[in-house]
Design a protein around this ligand. Structure first.
Ligand SMILES: [Fe+2]
Ligand SMILES: [Fe+2]
Length: 247
């Protein structure tokens, strides 16, 4: 198997010309990583525009759904451009129905039925996406690390808004009980977002400097960062191993 003795350093593959000279394994991993990410961004746009927009009667919240949908679609377009520069065409993705997108395929982004779940989508699921895009910030492929910086700025706002929805809900005992029930349901699926801990692909990403952390380490860091924020609101995340589809 092709590999370098040490993981490639950030930005060491500076653009498409250098990319085309890299070994096939590197090229295949990078294309897969970017396709999953780019599809996820299109689904994020649909979440805000097609699902969340209809879950609220509040004009301010509807306005934010439109704004955040636009930001997600902009993230999608950035991914399309990075791939286009290396001759990979994913222009079909935006038009696909959400349920037909199979690369970033998870219930926590595709099955949001209540405003409370929408709050946790921002607070938890987008924070999980943030943790993964943070890794892109250290990518050995410079166009990816450059793309990550502006996405992360937007995503901070998305997470903060989700947090605000849940924080406001927790001001009453009734609201807190509703939040706790949704959290208990959504926590395991959110941890599953990081993928299998023994994933060979995640180890290969690290080897090629496309990420620093393997799936299991990224998941653990996320859980450690997120639990105290939940505790502050009086909410308790289930055990990290409870009700997981895979570990
Ligand atoms: Fe995004
Ligand atoms: Fe987002």
């Amino acid at each position: 198997m092709n590999s370098y003795p040490e993981p490639l350093t950030p930005n060491s593959v500076v653009g498409p010309d250098e990319f085309f000279r890299m070994p096939d394994e590197y090229k295949a991993l990078l294309v897969h990583q970017m396709k999953v990410h780019t599809e996820g961004e299109a689904t994020g746009a649909d979440d805000y525009a097609k699902i969340f927009y209809h879950l609220t009667k509040d004009p301010y919240e509807k306005m934010l759904c439109c704004k955040l949908a636009a930001e997600e679609m902009n993230h999608h377009i950035m991914g399309v451009e990075v791939l286009k520069a290396i001759d990979v065409d994913v222009s079909y993705m935006a038009h696909l129905d959400m349920q037909d997108r199979k690369l970033f395929d998870t219930e926590v982004v595709k099955r949001i039925d209540t405003w409370t779940e929408r709050g946790f989508f921002g607070f938890l699921s987008e924070a999980a996406a943030y943790a993964q895009i943070e890794e892109f910030g250290h990518s050995s492929y410079k166009p990816i690390s450059e793309m990550a910086a502006s996405i992360l700025r937007d995503e901070k706002g998305h997470i903060a808004h989700g947090f605000r929805i849940i924080r406001d809900l927790c001001k009453t005992e009734e609201g807190k009980a509703e939040a706790q029930a949704a959290l208990t349901r959504m926590w395991p699926a959110t941890l599953d977002l990081f993928g299998r801990s023994d994933s060979k692909r995640s180890a290969a990403y690290v080897r090629w400097g496309l990420r620093r952390l393997r799936n299991g380490d990224a998941r653990q860091r996320y859980a450690e960062r997120t639990r105290p924020k939940l505790e502050k609101l009086g909410l308790h995340a289930p055990d990290n191993m409870a009700n997981r589809k895979f570990v």
